[in-house]
Design a protein around this ligand. Structure first.
Ligand code: KE4
Length: 420
C-alpha cells in the first residue's frame, strides 16, 4: 500500500503541530507506523492522501452513526451556508435542537449547547459544584471525559494509549478534588461515600465505557451510583458524549433505565461538526448564567452551521429507529469474527477486541491486554483497507452506512488475520 503522501504530510505536520496531529490518539503512537492523512469520506468509507480506500470503523470517534456525508446533514449544511455561519446572537435553530434533545433524552429538562465534549463535562462539573456548594468529584479509572484539568486523573482514551496516568500542568490542588475509583467496584464506591459523602459534588461516569476500550457496567454498579448520590446529596452525571444517541435515541440512560441529574452529550448531536451539550434537571440548569450564578459562555456555542447539522442528524435518528437494530446486528456479526483467545466487549454498535482471553471489566483488567498483538492486528487490517481505532484502549464504531457486504468483507479480513 503506497503511503508516501501521508508520510510526507506527517513529516511536515510534525514541524508545525505537536506530534503532527491535533489530537494525540490520531498519531498512531499506540500501534506504531505512519498515520494516514485522510482526504475524503463517503458512507462507510474514507480515502487517504494516497488514494487508498478504507472501511471506516472509527467514524470520527463516534459522530458518524450514519456514515460519512449523510444526505440529510449535507442538505442542511448547504441550506444554512446560504444564510450565514455565526451571528453571536440567539437563533431559532438552537431552540429547535434543544427541544429535540429534551424530547429524546429522558432526564434532560433544560440544555445548554457548547462546542466540545470537554466543554460539556467541564461545565456540568462546575454546575454540580455550584448547585451542591461542594468541591469533590468521583470519576473512574480508565474513563475519559475530555481534557478537563480536574478529570485528567487516571483517565482513558489518549492518556491510556500513551500510558500517562496523570498529565503535567494540572495543579495538585485540582487533581486533589478528584477521587478516582475502579469501574464496576460497588464496595469502593460505597467506601468513598462513607468517607467523603457530604463533600462530594458529583459522580461522573461513562455509563458504557468507550475510553479504556469498551467496558460494560453491571446494573448494580449504575444502580448503586444512583442510590448513593441521592442518599448523600451529590449529583450523578452521565457522560454520554459517546453513548448519547449511539446506544439508543435516549442513550445509555434509556437502555439502563437510570435517570442521572445531569447528562453530557457530543459527537453524534453535532452530525460531525463541533457541537456538544450539557443538560438535566431544570432546577440545576437554572443555576447557569445568565439565569443563575454559575458562569459558562462560548463565542460559537449554538452556531447555526453545527446546529443545523445536529438538528438534521437528531431528527433523522428520531424518525428512523431501525438504524439502531441495523448497527446492532452489524456489530454482532463483527463480534463473531474473532477466536475465543480474544475478549470481545460489545454494547450495541460500540465494540473492542481485547487481546487477552480473560474478561475485561475495569482498567486493571483492560491494561493487561497484549497491545503489541493488537498493533499487529490493527496494521494487518489497515493494509487490507479496514480502519480500526489505532489503540487497544478505544472503542470501534459501526454505522448504518456499512452494508452487509462491507461487514462480510471485514469479517473475512479479521478471520484471515487469525488464520495467518
Ligand atoms: P471532546 O472534547 O473530544 O469533543 O470530547 C471529550 C469526551 C468526553 N466524554 C467522552 C465519553 C468522550 O469519549 C470524549 C472524547 N472521546 C475521544 C475518543 N475516545 C475523542 C477522540 C480524541 O480525543 O481525539
Amino acid at each position: 500500500m503506497n503511503t508516501s503522501n501521508s508520510e510526507n504530510l506527517f513529516a511536515r505536520a510534525q514541524h508545525v503541530t505537536p506530534g503532527g496531529v491535533n489530537s494525540p490518539v490520531r498519531a498512531f503512537r499506540g500501534v506504531g507506523g505512519t498515520p494516514r492523512f485522510m482526504q475524503r469520506g463517503q458512507g462507510p468509507r474514507m480515502w487517504d492522501a494516497d488514494g487508498n480506500s478504507y472501511l471506516d470503523y472509527i467514524g470520527s470517534w463516534g459522530p458518524h452513526i450514519l456514515g460519512h456525508r449523510p444526505e440529510p446533514v449535507i442538505e442542511a449544511l448547504r441550506e444554512v451556508l446560504e444564510l450565514g455561519t455565526s451571528f453571536g446572537a440567539p437563533t431559532g435553530r438552537e431552540v429547535e435542537l434543544a427541544t429535540e434533545i429534551i424530547g429524546a433524552v429522558p432526564s434532560i429538562e433544560m440544555v445548554r449547547l457548547v462546542n466540545s465534549g470537554t466543554e460539556a463535562t467541564m461545565s456540568a462539573l462546575r454546575v454540580a459544584r455550584g448547585y451542591t456548594k461542594r468541591d469533590l468529584t468521583i470519576k473512574f479509572e480508565g474513563c475519559y471525559h475530555g481534557h478537563v484539568d480536574s478529570l485528567l486523573v487516571k483517565a482513558g482514551s489518549g492518556m491510556a494509549t500513551l500510558g500517562i496516568a496523570d498529565t503535567q500542568g494540572v495543579p495538585k490542588a485540582f487533581a486533589d478534588t478528584t477521587i478516582a475509583l475502579p469501574y464496576n467496584d460497588v464496595p469502593a464506591l460505597e467506601a468513598a461515600f462513607a468517607n467523603y459523602g457530604d463533600k462530594i459534588a458529583a459522580v461522573i461516569v461513562e455509563p458504557v465505557v468507550g475510553n479504556m476500550g469498551c467496558v460494560i457496567p453491571t446494573q448494580d454498579f449504575l444502580q448503586a451510583m444512583r442510590q448513593l448520590t441521592e442518599k448523600h446529596g451529590a449529583l450523578l452525571i452521565f457522560d454520554e458524549v459517546m453513548t448519547g444517541f449511539r446506544l439508543a435515541l435516549g442513550g445509555a440512560q434509556q437502555v439502563f433505565n437510570i435517570k442521572p441529574d445531569l447528562t453530557t452529550l457530543g459527537k453524534i448531536i453535532g452530525g460531525g461538526l463541533p457541537l456538544a451539550a450539557y443538560g438535566g434537571r431544570e432546577d440545576i440548569m437554572k443555576k447557569v448564567a445568565p439565569a443563575g450564578p454559575v458562569y459558562q459562555a462560548g463565542t460559537l456555542s449554538g452556531n447555526p452551521v453545527a446546529v443545523s447539522a445536529g438538528l438534521a442528524m437528531v431528527r433523522y435518528l428520531k424518525s428512523h429507529p431501525e438504524v439502531y437494530d441495523r448497527i446492532d446486528k452489524s456489530t454482532a456479526a463483527l463480534a463473531a469474527a474473532v477466536p475465543s483467545s480474544i475478549t470481545v466487549n460489545r454494547f450495541g454498535s460500540m465494540i473492542t477486541f481485547f487481546f487477552k482471553p480473560t474478561p475485561v471489566t475495569d482498567w486493571e483488567s483492560a491494561k493487561t491486554a497484549d497491545t503489541k498483538s493488537f498493533g499487529d492486528f490493527f496494521h494487518y487490517l489497515l493494509e487490507r483497507g479496514v480502519y480500526f481505532p489505532p489503540s487497544q484502549f478505544e472503542a470501534a464504531f459501526i454505522s448504518a452506512a456499512h452494508t452487509d457486504e462491507d461487514i462480510a468483507t471485514t469479517v473475512n479480513v479479521i478471520r484471515s488475520y487469525f488464520e495467518s
